[in-house]
Write a protein that binds this ligand. Sequence first.
Ligand code: ORX
Length: 464
Amino acid sequence: MRTHSADRHLPLGATTSVESIVAGIIQNPNHETPFYVVDVQDILKKHKTWSINMPRVRPYYAVKCNSSPIVLETLASLGIGFDCASKAEIDTILGLGVSGDNIIYANPCKTKAFVKHAFAVGVDLMTFDNEPELYKIAQLHPNAKMVLRIKVDDSHAVCRFSAKFGAEVADAPHLLSIAKQLNMNVVGVSFHVGSGCEDSSSYNKAISDARYIFDLAREFGYEMHLLDLGGGWPGTSNPKVAFEEIAKVCSNALDIYFPEEDEYGLKSSVTIIAEPGRYYVASAFTLATMVIAKRLVTDENGQKGVMYYMNDGVYGSFNCTIFDHWIVEPTPFFLPSPEDEPGRTTTDNQREPLLTTLWGPTCDSMDLIRKDIILPEMQVGEWMLFKEMGAYTIAAASTFNGFQLPELKYHLPSHTLEALQKSPSWPRLAQVISLEEEMPFLDPPGEPLSAVDEIDHLEFIPIH
Ligand code: ORX
């Protein structure tokens, strides 16, 4: 197990701008509820990095991962598509003003009423991986454009997905022949290597399998034209395999199996999309949580330790420890006192490292966030940050036991604000921000210039 050293916490003199927003909020001693600071620029940077590394692949953001209005509005302003798995998700995206042809209904096992709804609102693109689904859709959605989801090797993923979805490649002929008999329009192939994929070669194999299905489909009279690379793209700063590395593997595989031009120089008619979720949001969200209660303990071997009860737990943001197999990393965040040297808090030096267990706020013994880590001693009312908490956190959080979901605060330095103001979606974005944001924008001095470069020349696209 990874442990923490006592010197991992952040003295305030060395704050980054997200941290100065946290400091601004928690210096009010009456503030006792957890909150996120959303770094909107980080989402824009991710998009730029995607566009540079995989210019051929249009992202369809997986809404399930984090459907906060700020995320959806920002991504819609960049003109990307959306992967929806339910009627409610489809309606949320249509509600942004995005049209149905920018949505893929990427749930291979769909509720009948949702299929009818998709037909009614013009969402035609959808995945399937089994025969009964073909009968269902043939009956309910005359305009359906079907994408065959295949099973891939996900043995290197943290969340293995092929146990639940995906047709065996060997079953493809049967499924294609049924689709043909039903006179259905099969347009392409999709796969998902599994969330938290730790082996980029999984993508290579999946793309070569997709090529096989494209060729096979011709025998059934289908000229496929859509390849969907699914999700699983890492979104944190320290993944086992870097996004750029996976992007390189994919781009190489696409060059081999789906080249942009054929041997006669004719441009490929295949559109390539992907369904990134965590990639776009994981690193943009920092969670701030407070110690609401504390208990000193001694175990049966005489080992002293401490238990803190936090104001957010596994029924809230930390559901990711269960559903997303996440090991969360706390960073104690101490406010300095006036006599502190710059960059160091006095209290800092004096704090004893203790064996620590973190519990959530509910009256449920399952509500355990982390056990047996070393942290400097903290007091009730002090705060910890959890970085890179944007993916599969608030999206699946509940208000069990009456604990409210964390609020969102936004970090919008002036150059990010200026970039967003150029977007045709700015009026909508401004509304999201002012509805939820009671703090003024904080624009700390000394923002590194490279941060500006990273979002420069981003193209914002009118929503349609
Ligand atoms: O991998 C999984 O079990 C879940 N998949 C989410 C998902 C994504 C894209 N397309 C489809 C999906 O179901 C059809 C996005 O995956 P990612 O965020 O890794 O890019 C997510 C499991 C979360 N606990």
